[in-house]
Design a protein around this ligand. Structure first.
Ligand SMILES: [Zn+2]
Length: 505
């Protein structure tokens, strides 16, 4: 038995043997201590009950992973008053009871985790010959005690989700050091207000647009200035803009479709959702119009005999969507509940059967139903007509088609990004968009002016900007103006004060 300077062990532990298995160094370690202290009554015990082996991972040695097989004992506690009769030998400074890593390996993982994060830490650890996983690294970090929050003068507050879209908490950030200082288990105003009450030194609270955190700051830190963080202000502007763009893009697409086909298509009645706010309902309606216009464009191109691939390119949507839409007899409304099993998943089967020589549509329909297909015979029929070799592909060569258009969301992001960051083709698209309608052109100027205020921290220009938006009479932006007026002091503060909630954006 020996000790090694390459693998130092605490007193009372000796190396018995070592062996190599590829990149793994397996070290048999025995305890040479006469006894151990009972974990309950702390009395020394020497009467051995039995021996057993524990396998623990240790720090790597010269690039090799190290596995220790610890040969330790169970002892009897002979103290008459102690209820513990048998306990396992303790090696407190070296490895904790039931742990599968030595204390020093845990500490190394904590350091790796603190310097990086779960994923990155795993890659770094691998280079250091430490086998681990992102979860293990995060667990090691989670058990570290958090430093007590001492003083915070500028507080950023927002919600975050523990489980995406299900369980929310509140994140508190020191706006000066950009450090997360606390996490609250929910996003209730009472919880946040109680936290702020314990910090009377807070002078500024940066939060989202009104709502619970605004009331929390009003009651928990009435002395503090409230400011609306830029991320949420810009997000609200983006939503208003998206509604405007959706309306105009839908109108444009309708004009295009009308040009391609003299015959107007029947349109389904819009689906109303009673739970939505008027603003959300308007956005939903505008997006539906946009989708409907896309659908009509698809159907028109299909009637003109274009292939699904060409249609997908022209309309600017995915091939699968084109295929799905064409499998319906009417405009497919967006479903909030799970979609019925459509034809898409059966297409490879259908194609295979067709190519194998089965051209009996009724027969194929029966086979599809047996496979779980729940929709109409007509959809199958339409799909199969397209498989016919003498299909109407390219029937209308030479027909004038416009370049692939954008969705309102893509267009919105083009408006919000700095123009100098746009690629040449994006700049061209932006110019085309602005030429589409004077309202869009005006909206672009207004958005640019707002972004400029934000970048240069010139919130004092907000009133003049709001006046220009009112004068523009752009419907979608009026709602944004109203929401700003409701929370104006905080928005002005948010536009004026530097570094507010940069951590979010
Ligand atoms: Zn005891």
């Amino acid at each position: 038995m020996f000790s090694s300077p390459f693998l130092p062990l605490p007193a009372g532990l000796k190396i018995a043997t070592t062996s190599m298995h590829d990149d793994l160094l397996v070290v048999q370690v025995v305890s040479t201590k006469a006894g151990s202290c009972c974990p309950l009554c702390f009395c020394p015990a020497t009467r051995c009950h039995s021996h057993y082996a524990r396998v623990v991972a240790d720090l790597p040695c010269a690039g090799f992973r190290v596995q220790l097989i610890l040969h330790v004992r169970r002892f009897f506690c002979d103290h008459t008053d102690c209820i513990r009769k048998i306990f396992t030998e303790r090696l407190p400074a070296f490895v904790l009871p039931w742990a599968r890593l030595t204390v020093r390996l845990c500490e190394a993982l904590q350091s790796v985790g603190e310097a990086s994060c779960g994923e990155l830490g795993t890659r770094l650890a691998e280079r250091l010959a430490i086998q681990t996983s992102p979860t293990t690294i995060l667990r090691r970090i989670m058990v570290l005690p958090t430093a007590a929050v001492e003083r915070v003068s500028e507080l950023g507050i927002d919600d975050f989700s523990f489980r995406r879209g299900r369980k929310f908490g509140t994140i508190l950030v020191d706006m000066q050091s950009h450090q997360t200082i606390d996490l609250l288990p929910d996003r209730k105003k009472e919880t946040a207000a109680a936290w702020m009450k314990a910090h009377p030194e807070i002078t500024l609270v940066s939060r989202d647009r009104g709502g619970d955190y605004a009331s929390a700051a009003a009651s928990g830190a009435p002395q503090a200035i409230q400011c609306a963080d830029r991320f949420h202000v810009l997000k609200n502007l983006g939503e208003a803009l998206e509604g405007l763009l959706a309306r105009h893009l839908a109108a444009q697409r309708k004009r295009l479709t009308a040009k391609l086909s003299a015959r107007p298509l029947e349109t389904a009645q819009p689906r109303q959702s009673p739970k939505l706010s008027p603003k959300a309902a308007e956005l939903q309606q505008a997006k539906r119009e946009e989708r409907l216009a896309q659908y009509q464009h698809v159907v028109t191109l299909q009637k003109l005999g274009f292939s699904q691939t060409t249609i997908a390119e022209q309309v600017g949507i995915g091939h699968a969507t084109v295929s799905r839409w064409l499998a319906h007899d009417a405009f497919p409304e967006q479903q909030s509940r799970p979609r019925k099993i459509g034809l898409d998943s059966h297409l490879p089967f259908l194609r295979e059967r067709w190519e194998a020589g089965c051209h009996n549509i009724a027969q194929l329909y029966r086979e599809l139903v047996a496979r779980g297909y729940t929709q109409s015979y007509a959809s199958v029929y339409e799909q199969l007509v397209r498989l016919l070799p003498e299909g109407k592909k390219n029937a209308s060569r030479g027909c004038d088609l416009s370049p692939s258009p954008l969705s309102s969301r893509q267009a919105m992001f083009l408006f919000l990004r700095r123009s100098e960051d746009l690629e040449t083709d994006e700049q061209e698209t932006l110019i085309t968009l602005r030429h589409l309608h004077p309202e869009i052109d005006l909206a672009y100027d207004l958005v640019e002016q707002f972004a400029q205020m934000l970048r240069t921290c010139t919130g004092e220009q907000l009133d003049a900007w709001l006046e220009r938006v009112r004068a523009s009479q752009i419907r979608e932006l009026q709602g944004f103006v109203v929401s700003i007026e409701r929370d104006k002091a905080a928005v002005v503060a948010g536009l004026t004060l530097p570094h507010n909630n940069d951590y979010v954006a």
